[in-house]
Write a protein that binds this ligand. Structure first.
Ligand code: ASP
Length: 584
């Protein structure tokens, strides 16, 4: 028998019990006449003690022969510790070892298996199986498991059926590039890996499975960003015979269940809702962090006409009021200027106004604006003495996104983005279509299966850009945790949508014939949502990166450095697949 107990469960009430433990050597402390080994497994750490006065010499030597990460089995008696360790749950006891078996040796690990490790990112990824032994990573993986169970429990309780959909499919246009898989039996033909099970879940609605969900891998060949992985997991859901309200209620229920069971956070009343337009106007983002206000103030009309060329030539001028920052030092203000000038933010400069306690103002534009002018700004921005106004100008698009970043930066600096505070909301009424200047065509903002709101359907003929989508995003603390829509379930409307997106009827038929056909056979009204499971877990774990809640993630270059993937394949394999590599 390898173990009677695990390394995390023995307590003072077990004193006197004969036990067997197996695990990994975390640490050895050798005082010569006495030795201690910290034995670790998934459940915790238990201290083993060896003492010359009663431990036979060979056993002492055997213990001394163990190294870090050796796998050992220890038999012994639970005894009370003389110096207790209040920091670990097993800290009142230790094991007086009578037998020790080395089950497997270990090489010295390339980094310390401690909460604070000396291993850099790349090394930890290369030896991920060792990294996974560390508490911070383990915590994320266990949390993920718990969340998956709670999702299943809740949705099952609501009558949802978990259905698996295929991984080798034909591409669904979610907006990203597909990963493709060559077919051996059909030379020159390719499968695509699903960006999401979107069309399948809709077909399941046509098939009558009116409540579907799946915790499912999705694949998108996108440019890399900190919070992205080429393969990621969604909680994918769809319902039939529903309107937007039904979906929001059902999944607000799921979200509340998750907050309650995982974070012990309860929300009174409904989550707030905000239109896309309002979110952009107030926070410059379709996923606003509403843990703090500091909303945008449009100053375009207020500040022009005073011969300040930067403002006079700008399309859009807007600012935020940072409460209580009027005392910012020159150095702090310079940091903010440098912040907005970072290439990824892209502003030329930052105008600031300090609202002095005596009612006067000090600004970077004193040459153009007198005290009375600045007073108007301050009134417009609801500023009080002691506040700091930060104003950006430029094109609407650039200024909006830069001010959004500046607002988040100020929120961070003022400690307003507390990881333990959760402010969820629904963002609704997105535009259906986005115009792309380069290709001179419309793209679906969500995806081509999203239904327009009923009243706007007429606009397909006249002004497609103004059509609102019956779509919604679930946003928490500035993170888009989920998104979905009511779908088109009518073949004609779906064809109109494809046409608006630039598909010829033939192209639409070739790519989506299966869906258009299905809609001819009694498609019920339906809609759904998908949650980013990795992101949601990372947020609940308090992690900034989703990598820590994925057992075997890819690195920043989309590589798995542990298994060394992607990699070349043999010429035989290529031949079998009828593929020639174009060696550039
Ligand atoms: N399939 C969509 C996505 O992955 C979500 C949905 O509309 O349900 O974004």
């Amino acid at each position: 028998m390898y173990r009677t107990n695990n390394c995390g469960e023995l307590r003072i009430e077990h004193v006197g019990r004969e036990i067997v433990l197996s695990g990994w050597v975390q640490k050895i402390r050798d005082k010569g006449f006495m030795m201690w080994i910290d034995l670790r497994d998934r459940y915790g750490i238990t201290q083993l003690i060896f003492d010359e006065t009663y431990t036979p010499k060979e056993l002492m030597e055997k213990a001394r022969g163990c190294g870090r990460e050796f796998v050992i089995k220890a038999t012994g008696t639970v005894v009370e510790r003389s110096s207790k360790n209040p920091n670990i749950p097993t800290g009142d006891i230790e094991i007086k070892v009578t037998e020790l078996e080395i089950l497997n040796k270990s090489e010295v690990p390339p980094f310390t298996i401690e909460d604070e490790t000396d291993g850099g990112d790349e090394l930890r990824m290369k030896y991920r199986y060792l990294d996974l032994r560390r508490n911070p990573v383990k915590k994320g993986i266990l949390l993920r498991h718990k969340m998956a169970q709670e999702v299943r429990k809740y949705l099952d309780g609501q009558g949802f059926v978990e259905v698996e959909t295929p991984v080798l499919i034909k591409s669904t246009p979610e907006g990203a590039r597909d990963f493709v898989v060559p077919s051996r039996v059909h030379p020159g033909e390719f499968y695509a890996l699903p960006q999401s099970p979107q069309t399948f879940k809709q077909l399941l609605m046509v098939a009558g499975y009116d409540r579907y969900f799946q915790i499912v891998k999705c694949f998108r060949d996108e440019d890399l960003r900190a919070d992205r992985q080429p393969e990621f997991t969604q909680i994918d859901c769809e319902m039939a015979f529903v309107e937007r309200e039904d979906i929001l209620n059902t999944f607000e229920g799921l979200a509340k269940h998750m907050f309650k069971t995982i974070k012990n956070v309860e929300f009174q009343g409904d989550f707030p809702r905000m239109s896309y337009q309002k979110a952009m106007e107030l926070y410059g983002s379709d996923k606003p962090d509403i843990r703090f206000d500091m909303h945008f103030n449009d100053l375009t009309e207020t500040v022009k006409g005073k011969n300040f060329p930067v403002f006079d030539s700008a399309e859009f001028i807007a600012g935020i009021c940072a409460k209580g920052c009027g005392e910012y030092t020159r150095k702090q203000l310079d940091e903010l200027v440098l912040f907005v000038q970072k290439p990824q933010i892209g502003s030329k400069g930052l105008v600031y106004v300090k609202c002095n306690e005596d009612g006067t103002f000090k600004s970077t534009v004193d040459k153009f604006y007198n005290n009375d002018d600045l007073k108007i700004w301050a009134q417009k921005m609801n500023a009080a003495p002691g506040d700091l106004l930060l104003v950006l100008a430029g094109t609407k698009k650039q200024t909006t996104s830069a001010l959004c970043e500046l607002r988040l930066e100020m929120g961070e600096r003022l400690g307003l983005r507390d990881k333990n505070k959760f402010c969820p909301l629904w963002v609704v009424d997105f535009p259906l279509l986005e115009w792309d200047e380069e290709s001179k065509r419309f793209f679906a903002m969500h995806h081509p299966f999203t239904s327009p709101v009923k009243e706007d359907i007429g606009l397909f003929e006249t002004n497609p850009g103004d059509i609102r989508a019956n779509a919604y995003d679930f946003v928490v603390n500035g993170v888009e945790v989920g998104g979905g829509s009511i779908r088109i379930h009518d073949e004609k409307l779906q064809s109109t949508m494809f046409k608006t997106l630039g598909f010829t009827p033939e192209e639409a038929q070739a790519q989506f014939g299966f869906l258009l056909n299905a809609f001819k056979y009694g498609a019920p009204p339906h809609g759904g949502i998908a949650f980013g499971f990795d992101r949601w877990t990372a947020m609940f774990a308090g992690n900034d990166t989703i990598r820590d809640v994925i057992a075997f993630p890819k690195n920043n270059a989309a590589k798995d450095v542990m298994i060394d993937s992607p990699a070349t394949i043999s010429n035989e394999q290529l031949k079998e697949l009828s593929i020639k590599i174009d060696q550039k």
